[in-house]
Design a protein around this ligand. Structure first.
Ligand code: GLV
Length: 384
């Protein structure tokens, strides 16, 4: 297992296509999904040679948390479908590596169990599935059990059209009757290892953190139905702010204008993100949007980014362009699908070793020293 691509191949072998493609796929023609990765190739390094470093410091501070490594585990929906360990296993691996974990609203493990499972900071990602009363309950639980930041995702007014999901019968498999499921069942049956784990885990998990008052946790919905209820608008920030007194992170920023708006709504950090190419297709790749957002707001708020990170060099490039840390989603979720906790650990270890090696090859002693002098990138990325 040398790189994240190897974990991806293992995940593909283990998972039925309906689960693998949910994780791996993007919206429409998957242009942005591909561009998120490819655009890193437009950033080239300018190393300082003949520098001998006794140590290489990978620590960073995000929202006043000391992180040993500049990559945070992004919210990933349906993690418990990828592996029974799901959100708890991923949070545990993040904590063991000294970094933070962000729990998705669309999660199959109770947020109390996720908190208890990790030695590191855990943050909660909010969608408004089920409406405001459901969000109020979740935020109260999150606050009580020790979630230390709230991440509000703002790029899901509707679900993106992830074409692989309907082709694989996601909706039918999750909610349909036996006859509508029938055409899609052979693909599931032909992944017996995954199927055994899924059945032993009790079958379809409930959405444990979307609790309808008086009714209990919501049944698992297919992703387009979940995201159709997820829309957050700027007007929601005033009541969210009332309920959540801790740090607030706004995720899904691609322009200077929205970054400034997020700051004016009290964001302690913004995440430059296009949702991993899963929402609006043919939107900027995030590494390209990063310099514009950094120029607009980095003196007032912390800037994070996600999208397309598959190697440590990608992380280092994002930090050179002014991100304090990145979020990794697929990169760890492939590991989760491939091998639960140990797979996530492996994904983090691969990226960690990559970052450290890259820093040494660049001749840079600490990630806090990274800046634009270590790279060359297209100047027009800043022109807004
Ligand atoms: C959930 O947020 C997803 O993108 O699938």
């Amino acid at each position: 297992m040398i790189n994240v691509g190897d974990l991806r191949r293992m995940a593909q072998r283990r998972l039925p296509p309906v689960v693998f493609d949910y994780l791996d796929g993007g919206a429409d023609g998957e242009i942005t999904l591909r561009e998120n990765c490819r655009a890193f190739e437009d950033v080239l390094f300018r190393p300082r040679q003949a520098v001998s470093l006794a140590q290489c410091d990978l620590h960073t501070r995000v929202l006043n948390f000391d992180l040993s490594f500049p990559a945070i585990l992004a919210p990933v929906g349906y993690s418990r479908m990828m592996h029974p360990g799901g959100d708890v296993a991923a949070a545990r691996a993040a904590g063991a590596a000294g970094t933070a974990y962000i729990l998705s609203t669309i999660s199959g493990h109770r947020l109390e169990d996720v908190r208890a499972g990790s030695a590191g900071p855990v943050w909660y990602q909010l969608y408004l599935v089920g409406g405001r009363p459901v969000a109020e309950l979740a935020l109260e639980r999150a606050r009580k059990c020790g979630f230390s930041a709230l991440v509000v995702t703002i790029d899901t007014p509707v679900a993106g059209m992830r074409e692989r999901d309907p082709r694989n019968g996601m909706k039918e498999l999750l909610g349909g009757g036996i006859f509508s499921k029938m055409p899609f069942l052979p693909e599931v049956m032909s992944h017996p290892q995954w199927l055994a784990g899924f059945l032993m885990d009790g079958g379809l998990p409930k959405l444990e953190n979307i609790v309808i008052p008086g009714k209990g946790p919501m049944e698992l919905l297919d992703v387009s139905a979940s995201l159709a209820q997820s829309a957050v608008s700027w007007a929601d920030f005033s009541w969210i702010r009332q309920l959540w007194k801790g740090p607030l992170v706004v995720k899904g920023i691609l322009t200077a204008e929205d970054a400034r708006r997020a700051v004016s709504e009290g964001a302690a950090a913004v995440v430059v993100s296009n949702h991993g190419g899963r929402q609006l297709d043919e939107v900027y790749p995030t590494i390209r949007a990063l310099p514009e957002v950094v120029a607009a707001v980095a003196d007032q708020t912390e800037v994070l980014m996600d999208g397309g990170i598959r190697r440590g060099t990608d992380i280092v490039k994002a930090l050179c362009l002014g991100a304090r840390a990145v979020l990794i989603g697929r990169a760890y979720a492939y590991g989760l699908a491939a091998g639960g906790y140990h797979g996530v650990k492996k994904a983090i270890q691969i990226l960690w070793e990559d970052v450290e090696r890259t820093m040494r090859l660049l001749g840079c002693p600490a990630i806090s020293d990274l800046n634009e002098s270590y790279i060359e990138y297209p100047r027009e990325w800043k022109a807004h």
